[in-house]
Design a protein around this ligand. Sequence first.
Ligand SMILES: Cc1cc2nc3c(=O)[nH]c(=O)nc-3n(C[C@H](O)[C@H](O)[C@H](O)COP(=O)(O)O)c2cc1C
Length: 321
Amino acid sequence: MLKIGNVKIRKPVFVAPLAGISNEAYRKLCMDFGAGIVYSEMLSDKAIFYHNEKTKGMLEFGDIHPSVMQIFGSDPKTMANAARVADEVNCDIVDINMGCPVMKVIKTGAGSALMRDEDLAVKVTRAVIENTRKPVTVKMRLGYDARHLNYLSLSKKLEDVGVSAITLHARTRTQMYEGKASWEHVKILHENLHIPVIGNGDIRTLDDYIRHKDDCDAVMIGRGLVGNPFLIREINDYEKGKEIKEVTYREKIKACLKHTKSLVELKGEHIAIREMRGIAPHYIAGLYGSTVYKNRMAKVSTYKELEELLNEYQKVLKEAL
Ligand SMILES: Cc1cc2nc3c(=O)[nH]c(=O)nc-3n(C[C@H](O)[C@H](O)[C@H](O)COP(=O)(O)O)c2cc1C
């Protein structure tokens, strides 16, 4: 069992924050599959403080524990305000985003831009720690670019300030999501910090997990779980020494509809189905004849349409396999 501050995490998989995906419905699904802890998508410090309409729903954590609220910003004052709001919502940990590579965020000095200004990164972190009773963690990259790999020096400073864990996405900002994650750096960080280190990047299969689990205290998975929450179950079964069950197409279709239904309840059918157009096809990726159905799934307008389409596909699969 891993402890972050006073929060106990009893299962191995950390579910990464994914903007546009990591809402309450997705977090609940991953928890039902046996996740150790789930992260919200990143929330802007200012939006949190002013409780704008969009962020309001995002501050709902339901009864999903342990869960992490991730915030981003670069102004210690507004980050302190966001930290105070964190005390009022039902999350267990507050995480500061120092990894986001997108220009819109970088331009404000937040996300991975904070890695270029270690003093400011420390000030922001201190402001958050001083304004919440919850454990504070930081998620970062290796550095801004290949010539500035400062994850180790920054992490040590943040450890001194009092953060309770560091997550390292083993790429630089300029790499965005290209190339391969450099896990050797996760290992270096793990060897040099006293607080837990969570390793992240390119874990797609149980074999990836097995290869990297000892490089860190826990592994965080992002894209590898979208359409494949079964990987959480596989990892749990592996850790318990149980036999790894192959995932059936029926299970995949069932999980896709469960995810969709839950998102419809959260956001209403119109928005939910549009969001699922980009997510649902992942559930059937790699299955026999999936290309045609993936394309059709990307055009559905109602839950019923998606359900009928998947029922049709299930019949095709039954006959073919
Ligand atoms: C669509 C998308 C949205 C993301 N949103 C966030 C976010 O809100 N906060 C964050 O810290 N990282 C975010 N990330 C980065 C992931 O959390 C993770 O660090 C990265 O995808 C590498 O892990 P993976 O290879 O397991 O996906 C996002 C990544 C993607 C692809």
